[in-house]
Design a binder for this molecule. Structure first.
Ligand code: NAP
Length: 482
């Protein structure tokens, strides 16, 4: 792998400042999605080891919360610095286990590190309030306190940023954390733990466990010492976790799947719309919850948009993420490839037309051709399900009312994008779209400083921004008799 610092490649779990294996000695392999080869093996921890990790986090909580916010920020800033110092190595590990192009992986390291810096700076601003009292002999104030021990479950598509987006906010607030990264991409999370260790973050404050998701998830949702569970992943698993967490009435934050519309009105600048489309669709090979899933294009610009988009898609370079000039890597596993094949076949059988791509790439394995397909209708699975791959599915519409109806005709509500030069329409659309984030004449919205999250079946809770810190804080009301 050619790491400058090979000791970043950790293949044991990080609990209470120690690197541990499963009691049984069992492990699970980590597979390179570009080659199908085994990269490493990580422990298959079960319920007992997870309980130990929760106890470690619970034991560390009292001392961590009592540190001043400034002190906690100091640890976070050291962690942030170490991540940036090791950006290239982290990017290589990330590309190896996730498959994304190295340039994107470098970008994710930077983006992920930013959450740590941001929350280090926010930690010192967790202000309470004084509230004008309705009584002359009493005074009312609120204070903010950490939620407690938090559990985090993260997906494989952003193996670094999804960990830091949760952990940085939790640690800044004074919480301690146990993270379960996705089985496909645990090495990035373990490398982050190695750097947290070097940053001096005390034992038990940050813990990483790997292993069978259901066993670990059960402990996270049932254990009385866990105050909050933050999950990023599929809607189906989010629903299960919420149901299980109900038994212990935990706070739950769910960042779930999406089905983002990308709407192009006839008055849009076609060049800008096409560039936005490429960014919104093909980043991480389309394996992003905020990826444009349905292109809704007004009749008057349909031909121009399709021609230019087809040209840009044809120029995308598919290959292993570590190769120079690659813009689209492999899909994460063969199940993802098979799912896309099924969605495309069903759409074509119902009348959709493939303009470009539409099949497995000649490189074989998990590689799929960047695809443009038109004539997609709301009755097709391609319209209704999260594609999670490099497939741009286009539906034509006639007017604004139809665009809104189509855009909102989904259970999901994470992101939406639209292109128009009409200011009044921009406001109308922004207000009418049922989702948590809207890109207006831009194809990318994620940033540390803005609230990330969704509505409807895309979940609830916000990450990043000052709202992200609130998610890990309780408000306590104090009433003083004077
Ligand atoms: P997934 O199957 O739900 O997996 C996500 C995480 O949940 C993984 O760590 C997985 O562990 C774990 N998990 C799976 N089953 C579980 C169970 N029964 N109990 C506890 N944990 C369980 O999702 P995915 O298909 O890998 O990830 C892609 C999904 O994430 C997409 O729907 C995408 O839209 C969504 N996502 C949302 C956001 C957002 O912020 N809204 C961001 C990124 C991704 P294993 O890997 O060990 O199975």
């Amino acid at each position: 792998m050619n790491l400058t610092d090979p000791s970043l490649l950790r293949s044991r779990c990080y609990v209470h400042g120690h690197w541990i294996s499963a009691d049984s000695g069992a492990f699970v392999p980590v597979i390179n999605p570009a080659t199908g080869e085994e990269i490493a093996r990580v422990p298959a921890l079960g319920a007992i080891e997870t309980r130990r990790a929760i106890d470690a986090a619970a034991g560390a909580f009292a001392a961590w919360r009592q540190r001043t916010a400034r002190e906690r920020a100091g640890f976070l800033k050291r962690w942030h610095r170490l991540i940036l110092d090791n950006q290239e190595d982290l990017a290589r590990v990330l590309t190896l286990e996730n498959g994304k192009p190295l340039t994107e992986a470098r970008g994710e390291v930077e983006y992920g590190a930013e959450f740590i810096e941001w929350f280090a700076e926010e930690a010192v601003r967790a202000y309470g309030e004084t509230i004008p009292s309705p009584w002359s002999d009493r005074r009312i104030v609120t204070i903010k306190q950490p939620v407690g021990v938090c559990a985090a479950i993260t997906p494989w598509n952003f193996p670094l940023a999804m960990v830091t987006r949760k952990c940085a906010a939790a640690l800044a607030a004074g919480c301690t954390v146990i993270v379960k990264p996705a089985l496909e991409t645990p090495l990035t999370a373990l490398a982050l733990a190695e750097l947290a260790d070097r940053a001096g973050i005390p034992p038990g404050v940050l813990n990483i466990v790997t292993g069978p998701a259901e066993d670990i998830g059960r402990e996270f949702t049932a254990h009385p010492k866990i105050g909050k569970l933050s999950f990023t992943g599929s809607t189906e698993v989010g629903r299960q976790l919420m149901a299980h967490a109900a038994s212990t009435l935990k706070r739950v934050a769910l960042e779930l799947g999406g089905n983002a519309p990308f709407i192009v009105f006839a008055d849009a600048d076609p060049e800008e719309a096409v560039s936005g489309a490429i960014s919104a669709k093909f980043r991480n090979g389309g394996q992003s919850c905020v990826a444009a899933n349905r292109f809704l294009v007004e009749e008057g610009i349909h031909l121009t948009f399709m021609q230019r988009l087809a040209e840009r898609i044809a120029a995308l370079h598919v290959g292993p993420g570590w190769e120079e000039g690659v813009s689209v890597g492999p899909l994460i596993h063969s199940r993802a490839v098979e799912k896309i094949e099924v969605l495309i076949a069903e759409a074509v059988a119902k009348g959709a037309e493939i303009i470009i791509g539409g099949k497995r790439h000649v490189l074989g394995g998990n590689f799929f051709e960047p695809t443009l397909i038109t004539g997609v209708r709301p009755t097709m699975r391609l319209f209704n399900e999260e594609i999670f791959g490099p497939v741009a599915a286009v539906t034509m519409f006639r007017d604004e009312a139809e665009a809104i109806a189509l855009a909102n005709a989904t259970d999901y509500g994470l992101a939406a994008y639209f292109y128009t030069q009409d200011l009044k329409r921009a406001w109308r659309m922004a207000e009418a779209l049922e989702c948590g984030m809207v890109g207006i004449n831009v194809g990318r919205v994620s940033t540390t400083v803005a609230p990330f999250g969704g509505l409807k079946h895309s979940g609830f809770g916000r990450e990043g921004s000052h709202y992200g810190l609130e998610e890990y804080l309780e408000v306590k009301y104090l009433c003083f008799g004077v």
